[in-house]
Design a binder for this molecule. Structure first.
Ligand code: PLP
Length: 375
């Protein structure tokens, strides 16, 4: 048999989550803090909308770029007054398609690290080169302008930027975002930005890159219903971008995916049209969880951790344990039955990610097990 042209490594985070779930299914007492998804139900209105759509046999193709009423609901809810809006099967295809339409062989895309596991693969699949840019460990792992300047070159086409950040939970401040914007404008780069955790910001109001007019003509801003409306499995994302990019991305997705799922569109439409209460309540659930879990872990002798301001992750520095991050996660799972994600999965060894996507009592129990492991 002729060899495959492409071997794609699996998503490490997804396979770890599957491993932890298999252990739970086999009867093992495992607390799974690897899952990057909301563990609560989606809005009732969204459930009802799917029932109604199913009853009405709304199961045909919808327009490749998404139905007009859904695009209108996204425009209203997100406040994306200008720019072309596309709907697709989650944030991931929109990000991948944007990368593939912007960058190819010979091009480089900058990726601040630690980063979401799929970014480097998306860039590699496009045939371009992913250039990791280490975030500043002394400043919440936020990437600095200096670090970006040190690696930008004539080959650089885009910056793939995430805020709030998976895996650190870092939220960029307005002045830091301005520097990112200036950098992209001055070097004539596209800014592909992923704000899927934008509704999970706890200490200050979230500042979206959409609010920087200077960058709009080069901004591909991606968001989705996965986290905001607890609909990860329904696969529904939305993005706003300049016309020329939208034409290419929309055609790319039409060949690859066809169109968004007709039922998921109805669910998202109902959720987007509801008031902001659902997202507000969800954020409060996660804020409380963070405020329960963080002090418990910070109080463990030897545990080095900072309070993060967004998403649903805490980022634990384990460099002082004498173990590498993978060995740490393996030993913690074996000895205490707590599953975490090693930082290597996010291009940042020496750290581990805790997802507080479990109810408070489970998080408290996890912190007790972690304490036993450390002391
Ligand atoms: N972007 C980031 C930063 C994520 O953490 C995730 C999922 O964990 C995604 C995108 C995927 O979003 P979606 O489910 O909308 O494809």
């Amino acid at each position: 048999m002729k060899p495959l042209h492409r071997i794609v490594p699996p998503s490490i985070t997804m396979s770890l989550d599957r491993q932890a779930k298999e252990l739970v299914a086999s009867g093992k007492d495992v607390i799974n803090l690897t899952a990057g998804q909301v563990d609560l139900p989606m809005p009732d209105a969204a459930k009802e909308a799917v029932r109604v759509a199913l009853e009405a046999d709304r199961t045909g193709y919808v327009p490749a770029a998404g139905s007009a009423d859904v695009i209108g609901a996204v425009r209203n809810r997100m406040g994306w007054r200008n720019g072309n809006i596309l709907i697709s099967a989650g944030a991931k295809p929109l990000l991948s398609a944007a990368v593939a339409c912007i960058a190819g062989p010979g091009d480089e895309v900058l990726v601040p690290t630690p980063c979401y596991t799929s970014y480097p693969e998306m860039i590699r699949l496009a045939g371009a080169v992913s250039v990791p840019v280490a975030g500043d460990p002394e400043n919440r792992f936020a990437v600095s302008r200096e670090a970006l300047e040190a690696v930008v070159s004539d080959r650089t086409k885009a910056l793939l930027f995430n805020n709030p950040v998976n895996p650190t939970g870092t939220v960029y401040r307005s002045d830091e975002l301005q520097k990112i914007v200036d950098f992209c404008v001055e070097h004539d780069l596209y800014l592909i930005a992923d704000e899927v955790y934008g509704t999970f910001v706890y200490d200050e109001p979230f500042v979206s890159l959409y609010s920087f007019p200077d960058v709009r003509d080069r901004l591909i801003l991606v968001n989705s219903a996965s986290k905001a409306f607890a609909m990860a499995g329904l696969r529904l994302g939305y993005a706003v971008m300049p016309d020329a990019v939208a034409g290419a991305v929309s055609a790319y997705l039409s060949h690859m995916l066809g169109c968004p799922c007709s039922l998921s569109e109805r669910a998202a439409m109902a959720a987007l049209e509801e008031d902001a209460r659902f997202c507000f309540d969800l954020r409060e659930v996660f804020r409380k969880r963070r405020d329960v879990l963080f002090p418990l872990i910070a109080a463990i002798p030897g545990a080095k951790i900072e309070k993060s301001a967004g998403a649903f992750y805490l980022w634990l520095d384990i460099r002082n344990t004498g173990m590498d991050d993978t060995a740490f996660c393996r030993a913690l799972l074996d000895r205490e039955g707590v599953a975490l994600t090693p930082g290597s999965a996010f291009l940042c060894p020496g750290f581990v990610r805790l997802a507080y996507t479990q109810p408070e009592p489970v998080l408290t129990e996890a912190s007790m097990r972690l304490r036993r492991f450390f002391v």
